[in-house]
Write a protein that binds this ligand. Sequence first.
Ligand SMILES: [Zn+2]
Length: 344
Amino acid sequence: MLFSQITGHNKIKDILMRAAEADRVGHAYIFEGPEGVGKLDMAKAFAMTLLCSDAKEGCACGKCKDCSMFLSGNHPDVRIVTNQLYDSSKKSTDILVDTVRSMKREIYIKPYMAERKVYIVPKADTMNMFAQNSLLKVLEEPPQYCTIILVAENSNSFLPTILSRAPILNFFPLKVNEIFEYLKKCCPDISDKILQMSANMSGGSRTRAISLAESDEANEIRDKAVECIANLSGSRRKSIYDMTLFLKQNKDDSAFIINVMQEFFKDLMFVKCGAADRITNLDKKEQLDMLASEITDKTPQRLLEILFKYNDYISKNISYAQIAQCISLELWEAINDRGYRSKI
Ligand SMILES: [Zn+2]
């Protein structure tokens, strides 16, 4: 993995490349950010640079023996730490204290080939207090040659003593155009229309974008979500119950559904203000036009506000069944201009 192959995160790339070039590499880093934005790939690109015997301007050459071994997954001086790496019988996905102990024993053995050793710990924020305290010992007195990269979604899970020894590099969700370019490379056989739609709805996550682009299930849920919204228009109250049922049945995909609705309501706003050329749900133009003709100019904004409110409630662990009911009712009221009342 080369820095040049990584999508986005140019600032972080720059920091790491400059550190490598100036040979001022820290003993530990925390790569923090949401799932699927490329933290692990960045850690691998950094590791490859640190092990390369012919790195230039902070970038691995991609050709030397170290790079070849790295790319084939056989370089002895880089480790992607999982429980199974040291004990194949371990089932837990949380990084266990035994794993940290095994890793520590290894770290103090000098590098075999390169001048450095790099330990990448994915899901490092799953370490409990004992595992973190065990890791702390090596962070306090790291061997000169070692760099540890802790990859995490949430740095709040780390003890302050760990945080004080490992600078945090924050990874933000990728931009829609960055995701689109990434998808073009990964899924060349899928049409641009599907890729663009997937990029729009990915929330900045590459993994989510790929699963959207490749999965029929995601498209089915999206179709159903749009159908439920379109049906809310009119006095038939049954549509409220249909949407409630749909939301309840797809609880695990609630974040995705909210995202689909959000993109749909944004498009509704574009249609209402005569900017239909900016819509992203190109294949839903018919439903958008129909709904737009039945609502007021202010309705799309109101619909978005309702979504934001309930999205916040979901994150606060309020009863999902109650949220599903209330959100359906409030969207119906807003679409049919029946006034506002909150149920929560
Ligand atoms: Zn190289």
